[in-house]
Design a protein around this ligand. Structure first.
Ligand code: XIL
Length: 367
């Protein structure tokens, strides 16, 4: 029998682990030393002891779903708030889990004052660079030694345009804001890994732009260690898995580690592919009363196929992180359609494992 001992760390319930019995294998056990397995969560997820125990048992690395984003760490100019993020790190450490920081720079959930004046105009380049340097330096220094890697820049490549997204940072600083962000982060903590993170960069419409950016960064000797493929998939997208395989190979050729950083498999219909947080749409809420068994099986197969691809790239794929744990915690309940009952993750709302969980364990054990 696997045994769980509850313990209290920094006011949060932590799950102290003893070895699990055969047949009760966890994701982190099944993955072994091939790659880290993680999830994103918020401190609220840790207030339910059963849920906290599941997290402490299943995963080897955590990402904060929101707490490390710029608007939460620097809510007003020069005022940094680390309390929630520090509690999060304490939970991870108490459960022998690593932490990844998400994210130093993003166009969303970022305070406007970093790159814009009060009327919304871009700040002068030198001022924007100074603000960016201050944010990155303070944050990376604060978590030094407690975070293994940072998403240095999130979603810098554009969907519709020819190359980079026209973010407030780009408008104020220019295209080299990405290079500068990595350099500032590296200067603050030379031992922390730095990643470029984005969605749909394995899709034919976006892959060449991402490859151009990553190649340019590598050619300029920018301190970048890996690329995060977010992995917000749709169960109806049958091309995605092959595209993922090819993209991992191409990114590895640049000498980058590859991570799947925000994995979920949406079963509800939507127009948006990827994960542009600015998109909103209407859509049917098909499975309000639960996920039909055949759809759950199909989703399980999809997850299994993803993991088969990841195992094809040993030493390259270093982490897989799910964007949540049970379906009730998923951002897909509110994106791109608000207020649906979605089912993109590995556990049902009552923490029962879904077919997808078992399918992944089987794939990990077959190799
Ligand atoms: C999401 C969070 O999960 C939500 O709670 C928040 O309201 C919006 O952001 N891509 C990313 C993540 O890089 O930061 C996003 O997280 C999901 C899409």
């Amino acid at each position: 029998m696997s045994k769980r001992l509850p313990c209290i760390v920094s006011g949060l319930l932590a799950a102290c682990s003893l070895a699990a019995a055969p047949g009760d294998q966890t994701l982190r056990q099944a993955a072994g030393n091939r790659f880290l397995v993680g999830c994103a969560l918020s401190p609220n997820d840790l207030t339910d002891p059963k849920h906290a125990a599941l997290i402490g048992k299943q995963f080897s690395v955590l990402t904060a779903g929101n707490d490390f984003k710029p608007e939460n760490l620097q809510p007003s100019l020069g005022r940094f708030t680390f309390d929630a993020a520090d509690q999060f790190v304490a939970f991870a450490q108490a459960n022998d889990m690593k932490v990844v920081g998400h994210t130093l720079l993003w166009h969303s959930q970022a305070p406007k004052f970093l790159f814009q004046d009060e009327s919304g105009q871009p700040l002068p380049r030198e001022q924007a660079l100074a603000n960016m340097k201050e944010h990155i330096t303070k944050v990376v220094t604060h978590f030094k030694g407690r975070v293994i890697g940072w998403d240095g820049v999130n979603e810098g490549v554009d969907d519709a345009g020819p190359y980079l997204r026209q973010t407030p940072a780009l408008k104020a600083i220019g295209e080299d804001y990405i290079q500068k962000a990595f350099e500032y982060a590296h200067a603050a903590d030379p031992s922390v890994e730095l990643y470029y993170n984005d969605y749909n960069i394995e899709k034919p419409y976006k892959f060449p732009k991402a490859l151009r950016l990553l190649t340019a960064l590598k050619d300029a000797n920018v301190p970048i260690h890996g690329v995060g493929i977010q992995g917000h998939y749709l169960v109806s997208d049958t091309k995605a898995i092959d595209e993922l395989d090819k993209a991992i190979g191409a990114f590895a050729e640049l000498g980058l580690k590859v991570m799947v950083t925000e994995l979920d498999v949406d079963v509800l219909p939507r127009k948006a592919s990827g994960a542009d947080v600015t998109l909103r749409e209407q859509g049917a809420d098909l499975y309000k009363d639960g996920l039909p068994a055949d759809v759950a099986q199909k989703q399980g197969q999809y997850y299994a196929d993803i993991f088969k691809v990841l195992l094809k790239h040993p030493g390259v794929v270093t982490r897989v992180t799910f964007w949540g744990t049970h379906d009730g915690t998923s951002w897909l309940n509110n994106w791109p359609v608000r207020g649906r009952t979605n089912h993109g993750l590995l556990w049902q709302r009552d923490l029962t494992p879904k077919p997808a969980f078992n399918a992944i364990i089987d794939v990990l054990n077959a190799k």
